[in-house]
Ligand binder design. Sequence first.
Ligand SMILES: NC(=O)c1ccc[n+]([C@@H]2O[C@H](COP(=O)([O-])OP(=O)(O)OC[C@H]3O[C@@H](n4cnc5c(N)ncnc54)[C@H](O)[C@@H]3O)[C@@H](O)[C@H]2O)c1
Length: 380
Amino acid sequence: MPKPLNVGMIGYGFMGRAHSNAYHQVSHFFDLDHRPVLKAVCARSQDKAKPFADKWGYESIETDWRKLVARKDIDLIDICTPNNTHAEIAIGAAKAGKMILCEKPLAMNGEEGQRMVEAVDKARVPNMVWYNYRRIPAVSLARQLIDEGRLGRIFHYRAKFLQDWTISPDLPQGGQALWRLDVAAAGSGVTGDLLAHCIDTALWLNGGIATLDAMTETFVKERKHNLTGKVEKVGIDDACAFLCRFANGSLGTFESTRYARGHKALYTFEINGEHASIFWDLHDLHRLQYFDHRDQGIVRGWRSVHVTDGDHPYMGHWWVPGLQIGYEHSFVHQVADFLQGVAAGKSAQPDFRDALRTQLVCDAILKSAREQHWTRVSQG
Ligand SMILES: NC(=O)c1ccc[n+]([C@@H]2O[C@H](COP(=O)([O-])OP(=O)(O)OC[C@H]3O[C@@H](n4cnc5c(N)ncnc54)[C@H](O)[C@@H]3O)[C@@H](O)[C@H]2O)c1
């Protein structure tokens, strides 16, 4: 019988739901030594926590994360709150000896992230950051193809993450759901919110970034602040693009914006190697486009691989070949890998230390954009 592992979740928004769903599903599809038990959910208001707990099956509620972290019956703290709360909660949870799953970006900046890494190292607690896109089967397959050497030497890495939901100048900043527009809560705009995903995937697939040159823009300079009621300066980057050189000698271009009318969550990446190229698109997430120059000329061309077969990453745990899975399953895979790591006594990736590397790239992007020159990325 799997051992119960008691989860204390902090935050009940978008990610609170995505993670709760993952904890529910994981034991149905993966054979694991541990079974997540939804022990408690924490929100600042009881009126919000109670209906969420009832809907998702949490046994109890807390309204102060410190009380949750102090509870003896909680094994794992899951941080699903805005970015400016991650460090304080994670460091508190580590001191209390809890396992920690923390939402991305790890922290507001590299300095905070470093303190979080030190806290989990000192406490020796299993930890992981929810860069979930790695665990979409087509993205995991991309990694497998690269590891097998099919692409050969990599020349180019190209990524975009495009949205269009903040174009209206009437949209306020701050508070519930709109904390992403408030630099005090988010730390940055699209850099930490969207590009951080692209960077995590890129570091995983193509290794470290050595130097970069970035530009950012804030198209709407002032917005009403929901918490103060006043019109205030906007401190986030609405759009960001950067060029970079990877340590392996390949060149990267990255772009993210919330001002690309018509695009909702268009995360794409393309990698061009000496022998082959791959392309992936979040809007078509179960497919991996693959071109191999070594194919016989008369049939050479881009293949669209439907990543749903039993021997594709993770797919043997789901339905029958040909039936696809979706966004939410990446979170299920992440919980499964984390629990396998716990059973094996090793951290599943990306752990805090790995996520710090992404944070340091984000820091370098913002510095480069501010100072308008090429910037070396700290390797931590
Ligand atoms: N992995 C991903 O793909 C992904 C997607 C979306 C968001 N995120 C990350 O997840 C985190 C949360 O984002 P979200 O979209 O779920 O936000 P959200 O606004 O939907 O939910 C945030 C939740 O945190 C709660 N909260 C805020 N401060 C709190 C406090 N001090 N104590 C307890 N609860 C508090 C809010 O009430 C709300 O329930 C962010 O760090 C974000 O960057 C990651």
